[in-house]
Design a protein around this ligand. Structure first.
Ligand SMILES: NC(=O)c1ccc[n+]([C@@H]2O[C@H](COP(=O)([O-])OP(=O)(O)OC[C@H]3O[C@@H](n4cnc5c(N)ncnc54)[C@H](OP(=O)(O)O)[C@@H]3O)[C@@H](O)[C@H]2O)c1
Length: 303
């Protein structure tokens, strides 16, 4: 089988490719055709693999997305924080992916990385980019699978610098600090996506998988994980709901701040997603094995 990955440089794509290349296929080897807008970003370990090929392509140009006879596609709606309208970008990127799949003519299965809450058309901020992608791609080929990821544990990477400063602290947009939400390690997202790229039979289409970690976690668990990794106590500085725009405005362009605030408010207690959590009915829940402390420890030691 040949899996095209569009685009291949996001961290979730990297973990999915790693899982695909490590897989033991009993019948035929898995080939990966990975599309990068910058070929300098191809990890050397992938290049060394016989089943891997990297090709140039940019999601903003449908004509330049060559899926080259792939029977399976793994698609991601990459975030774009350049000050442009992220919903418009999600529309363009998804339509270009759709056109490239149709032009290839060989694709039978699409696995789309999406997000928990992507079933809603509004009220979820940045998650709406995933809703847009699902809507545009839901019937592009006979077999379509949506991988709706929980909050990535690696989102906490931005806290490493403050944990290493004096006094050691981390800012938390998730409040209160004992409020638990589903989180998942990016390595487990990759394993989940590889599993469904290679799965033999899927009972219905689109098939919806929620991708979560072994259990839910609170910011207190994040605090403990950083304290363990750093070897000293870490203070949590909760960001009040009213201060979220200022908080996100420190590292996001203005056009991205509103969607990030709305997304965050939606999953906090009383928010739109929190209230509707019981109504979501995925076809399956995939539970990764990586615990939060392991994911944070790994990030902390790397970076
Ligand atoms: N973060 C979460 O908690 C969470 C949870 C659930 C779902 N999700 C979803 O997961 C996805 C993000 O995945 P991620 O975290 O793996 O992303 P990421 O690592 O932040 O990836 C961004 C990548 O997108 C690539 N990219 C941007 N524009 C491109 C273009 N025009 N053509 C080709 N590549 C382009 C960039 O490539 P270069 O390397 O070339 O710059 C960059 O590597 C989003 O759809 C998000 O909604 C996120």
């Amino acid at each position: 089988m040949l899996v095209a990955v569009v685009p291949a440089s996001p961290r979730t794509a990297q973990e999915t490719i790693r899982a695909l290349l490590e897989t033991d296929q009993l019948t035929a080897p898995v080939g990966v055709r990975a599309i990068y807008r910058d070929l300098a970003k191809v990890p050397p370990a992938f290049r060394a693999h016989a089943g891997f090929q990297a090709v140039a392509g940019d999601l903003s140009d449908a004509e330049a997305l060559d899926l080259g006879g792939a029977d399976t596609v793994f698609a991601i709606t990459p975030p774009r924080h350049d000050g442009s309208d992220m919903m418009q970008w999600a529309t363009v990127a998804s339509e270009n992916t759709r056109r490239a799949i149709q032009r290839a003519g060989s694709v039978k299965r699409l696995v789309l990385l999406s997000s928990m809450g992507a079933e809603h058309a509004s009220g979820t901020g940045e998650i709406q980019t995933n809703h847009i992608a699902e809507e545009i791609l839901k019937d592009v080929v006979p077999e379509v699978i949506f991988m709706r990821g929980a909050y990535f544990m690696e989102n906490w990477a931005s806290a490493i610098a403050t944990v290493q400063s004096e006094p050691p602290h981390l800012y938390s947009p998730i409040t209160p600090v004992d409020y638990e939400i589903p989180m998942v390690a990016v390595t487990d997202v990759g394993k989940a996506c590889a599993t469904y790229l290679m799965a033999v039979d899927i009972p219905k289409h689109p098939f919806v998988i929620e991708v979560q970690g072994p259990r839910e976690y609170a910011v207190k668990d994040v605090q403990n994980a950083f304290a363990e990794a750093a070897g000293h106590a870490v203070e949590v500085r909760p960001v009040a709901k009213a201060d979220l725009a200022t908080f996100f405005g420190q590292f996001l362009p203005e056009a991205s701040v509103g969607p990030f605030v709305e997304m965050t408010l939606s999953f906090l207690p009383g928010g739109f997603l929190a209230q509707n959590a019981g109504n979501a009915s995925p076809d399956r829940v995939y539970r990764g094995r990586t615990e939060l402390a392991e994911a944070i420890g790994r990030m902390y030691n790397l970076g």
